[in-house]
Design a protein around this ligand. Structure first.
Ligand SMILES: CC(C)(COP(=O)(O)OP(=O)(O)OC[C@H]1O[C@@H](n2cnc3c(N)ncnc32)[C@H](O)[C@@H]1OP(=O)(O)O)[C@@H](O)C(=O)NCCC(=O)NCCS
Length: 155
């Protein structure tokens, strides 16, 4: 299957489709859930990948500090995986960070190989105390987190 995909900033009309993608993975315990209200109120931070008018992937950039952003809620619909869409979304998010002059981009993930192929490297979670005070305090796995921290420097 050849998939023609375009990445763009998300708009309010994308909220439901973004919510569906995140819910698919949140239900499996591999992503933190986000309500439609939360997605709506942070829609400016989201980007989407669109194929034939359908949102098939999403991701967001959360500002953790003056020099650090986190890639969050990165997901590609199951049936569209393995076509480079996730890598396109990461590239688009990195462009956004670069344009804003942010030198460091991190993620917490189980998909280490995917991020390494996109230029990230594994780092100790403890170097991101900012992260703990934003999202982690709401996570059920707060005290037994098994996700891996990855970082890419843009400078
Ligand atoms: C991680 C995730 C976003 C990757 O999305 P994706 O669209 O499948 O990513 P890519 O296609 O760019 O890369 C995935 C694989 O396809 C391969 N690939 C890339 N471009 C390809 C192409 N044009 N044709 C065929 N295969 C391709 C890559 O080599 C890669 O190989 P791998 O299986 O060894 O990793 C997706 O797996 C996902 O949604 N996972 C669940 C949620 C999650 O864990 N998100 C990360 C949280 S931070």
């Amino acid at each position: 299957m050849t998939v023609t995909v375009a990445c763009r900033k998300a708009v309010i009309e994308d909220v439901d489709q973004i919510h569906q993608i995140i819910r698919e993975y949140a239900d499996k315990g591999i992503m933190l859930p986000r309500s439609q209200q939360t997605i709506l109120s942070t829609i400016d931070t989201f980007v989407v990948a669109e194929a034939a008018g359908k949102v098939v992937g999403c991701g967001s950039l959360c500002q953790l500090g003056s020099d650090l952003v986190e890639i969050r809620s990165l997901g590609v619909l199951e049936e569209y995986k393995g076509h480079g869409i996730g890598s396109r979304l990461v590239g688009f998010l990195l462009e956004q960070a670069k344009r804003r002059g942010i030198p460091k981009v991190m993620a917490l993930t189980y998909e280490v190989k995917f991020f390494e192929r996109n230029g990230f490297h594994v780092v100790p979670k403890e170097i991101f105390p900012e992260k703990v005070w934003t999202d982690c305090i709401y996570c059920k796995k707060q005290h037994c987190c098994d996700e891996i921290a990855v970082l890419k420097r843009l400078d």
